[in-house]
Design a protein around this ligand. Structure first.
Ligand SMILES: [Zn+2]
Ligand SMILES: [Zn+2]
Ligand SMILES: [Zn+2]
Length: 307
């Protein structure tokens, strides 16, 4: 009899454990964590991608964040990646909402805007989907096919952004683009600050070395609540080509630079945008353990960021 009572108590306790509740204020969801090419990378036969080719569960899509407002049921994504199809499906599964209210673009490298092709008449044929872009990015889309067709047929409606100027997505969500140094062949490159409930998150998927930026990243981390930062490469020598041609802050350099930050500030850092060679893509790798031990975080697909 006593055992039965225990069982009832345990059972009712277990039933009261809430599953991950959907927040009632806007939040951010991670939809992708890899570099532009995704993981595994096309034609890679090396150890880095070997297991991911065999096991789809290990595959990762290109870096992308969603901003979700459960009150108005509005949702936006930052960057239109080559994996947009899977990412919008993931978003729909998680939020129950299919509608997309707009796309914010960071820059004109293949992992960050080519997903726009799905909004043309071959696929969705959307009607004036808002696309937020900086001036050069806007001109690039307007003046080059096939993107110019999306503009001409009014599948997308490009809204020009101004750097360091905050604008509202709705009453509860504000966004601010800011310029960062990167290989700007076709467009400028921006990161975004998302402001919800007096809290903020910065997203910088691509940037050259931190010292090339006129802004002190450590001071920014201290001011914000979350920082999703470029972690394309883990360390120097990871590629067998001259890595100076494709400068990014190595994760090891970033961890060294941020080593003086408090534990609380280190926790805000979420590394993202992993190249296929980056061991942070491999679960329980030495690199993953090192990052977590030092107090930093690693962005995960499906992760929900609360404000
Ligand atoms: Zn990129
Ligand atoms: Zn690989
Ligand atoms: Zn880039």
């Amino acid at each position: 009899m006593r055992n039965l009572i225990y069982l009832i108590i345990i059972f009712s306790f277990a039933c009261n454990q809430p599953a991950e509740k959907t927040p009632i204020t806007p939040y951010v969801m991670v939809l992708g964590v890899a570099q532009d090419a995704g993981y595994p990378q096309m034609n890679c036969k090396k150890d880095c991608c070997k297991d991911a080719w065999k096991n789809p569960e290990l595959q990762r899509t290109t870096s992308c964040l969603a901003i979700v407002d459960p009150i108005s049921k509005e949702q936006w994504i930052i960057d239109a990646t080559p994996n947009i199809k899977e990412q919008l499906q993931l978003l729909k599964q998680k939020t129950g909402t299919e509608k997309l209210d707009g796309i914010l673009l960071t820059h004109a490298h293949i992992g960050h805007y080519t997903g726009l092709m799905h909004f043309g008449k071959e696929v969705m044929g959307t009607d004036n989907l808002p696309v937020f872009a900086m001036p050069k990015m806007k001109t690039f889309l307007e003046e080059n096919g096939p993107w110019s067709q999306l503009v001409k047929l009014e599948n997308i409606n490009i809204k020009a952004l101004k750097s360091d100027s905050t604008f509202s997505l709705n009453d509860r969500i504000k966004v601010k683009p800011f310029l960062v140094p990167h290989r700007d062949e076709f467009s400028e490159t921006v990161g975004y600050e998302i402001l919800i409930n007096n809290k903020s998150l910065i997203f910088i998927p691509d940037i050259d070395k931190w010292e090339k930026w006129g802004t002190n990243i450590s001071e920014i981390i201290q001011k914000v609540d979350y920082a999703f930062l470029d972690a394309t490469f883990y360390k120097n020598g990871e590629l067998k080509r001259d890595m100076n041609e494709i400068p990014h802050p190595f994760v090891q350099e970033s961890m060294e630079l941020f080593s003086e930050l408090s534990e609380k500030d280190k926790q805000k850092v979420h590394f993202i945008h992993f190249n296929h060679t980056n061991p942070l893509l491999i679960e329980s790798s030495t690199a993953q353990k090192e990052v977590l031990k030092k107090g930093f975080n690693i962005a995960k697909e499906g992760q929900m960021i609360r404000f």
